[in-house]
Design a protein around this ligand. Structure first.
Ligand code: ADP
Ligand code: MG
Length: 322
């Protein structure tokens, strides 16, 4: 029902950035190699996502907007085992229940489909001449749930959260070319050439590759790798640290602290390194107690992992000073 979808939307769709995240992840799951995101008024007016992925079969388009119709797993413990980012079959129906959505989609070699859904109701559906891939537009977010608008912050804040989200998606998928446009301003463009270092440069404007140090290390349970900036190249006020576990972007304060501790006294107070940290681990070590869309994770053997991170970063920076 639309009400059930709206309740689910309360968990999945917190703000414009959550819409961007879910839709871009769908495009990634559909094997897109190019994903363009265009937002107006920080996504509150509209969010358009164009991908060149697999598309949706005409006969499946309605289903994609039905909750759990496309669910891939039954328990969230499976989250870090599955290879797709989506798994609940909840995002599209949730988003469509609190906004106006139009979608044009086509699979290779077939005629495409157009669907329009307003506040959870299908208002139009027809065949269309689309190229392979999907173009989805979400307009007037929360138009029918005004209470939710209360939680939305200033346009500037919402835009910076979207931008952050796109940066992290780009860094975790370096073989996809991403763009983000706000109004007539291009905020981000990555080449998709598979070089994490280039993606970092595109995002942070790091001029010289020498400013980012590549690191890697492992113990029995964890494998870590990534890039972290020279102690001279730091940012104030905000943390430019991205952590991925088995390719999935997560938040965990202890891991952030471990990176900073690795710098010891080399980092000035209040300054943060630019870091992208990839962690590979047995999915059983992740405690997904928190709702998966919140991105926060708890780990067993967390102190073992923080020690490893601290040590690897410390040694990498020490090596640079030799
Ligand atoms: P989930 O991603 O959890 O499966 P969603 O509600 O996000 O659920 O999407 C529902 C389904 O619609 C997906 O499983 C997928 O089959 C299809 N879909 C959504 N977006 C796209 C897209 N951009 N390209 C291809 N298929 C898509
Ligand atoms: Mg999804």
């Amino acid at each position: 029902t639309i009400l059930a979808d709206q309740i689910a939307a309360g968990e999945v769709v917190e703000r414009p950035a959550s819409v961007v995240k879910e839709l871009v992840e769908n495009a990634i799951d559909a094997h897109a190699t190019q994903i363009d995101v265009v937002v107006e008024e920080a996504g509150l007016k509209s969010i358009k996502i164009i991908d060149n992925g697999d598309g949706i079969e005409s006969s499946q388009v309605e289903n994609a907007f039905k909750r759990h119709a496309t669910s891939k797993i039954t328990t969230r413990e499976d989250l870090f085992k599955i290879s797709t980012l989506g798994f609940r079959g909840e995002a599209l129906p949730s988003i469509a229940s609190v906004a106006k959505v139009t979608m044009n989609t086509a699979v290779a070699g077939q005629s495409g489909a157009f669907i329009a859904v307003n506040g959870g109701k299908i208002v139009d559906e027809k065949s269309s001449a689309s190229r392979k891939g999907t173009e989805i537009t979400v307009s007037d977010l929360f138009f029918n749930t005004p209470a939710r608008l209360k939680y939305v912050k200033s346009l500037q804040t919402e835009m910076s959260v979207i931008s952050d989200m796109m940066n992290r998606l780009a860094m975790s998928h370096t073989t996809i070319s991403f763009s983000l446009t706000h109004g007539d301003k291009e905020v981000l463009r990555t080449t998709g050439n598979g070089q994490l270092q280039q993606t970092i440069s595109a995002i942070y404007g790091v001029k010289s590759a020498r400013q980012m140090l590549e690191f890697s290390g492992h113990d029995l349970d964890f494998k870590i790798s990534g890039y972290t900036s020279l102690p001279e190249l730091t940012r104030a006020g905000r943390q430019f640290i991205s952590i991925l576990i088995n390719g999935r972007y997560v938040k965990n304060t202890s891991l952030n602290k471990a990176i900073i501790k690795g710098y010891g006294s080399k980092l000035m107070v209040g300054r943060y390194p630019v870091t992208v940290l990839n962690i590979q681990l047995d999915p059983l070590l992740v405690d997904v107690n928190v709702h998966p869309t919140k991105q926060e994770v708890r780990l067993s053997k967390e102190s073992e992992l923080t020690e490893l991170i601290k040590k690897v970063i410390y040694e990498r920076i020490a090596k640079e000073n030799l």
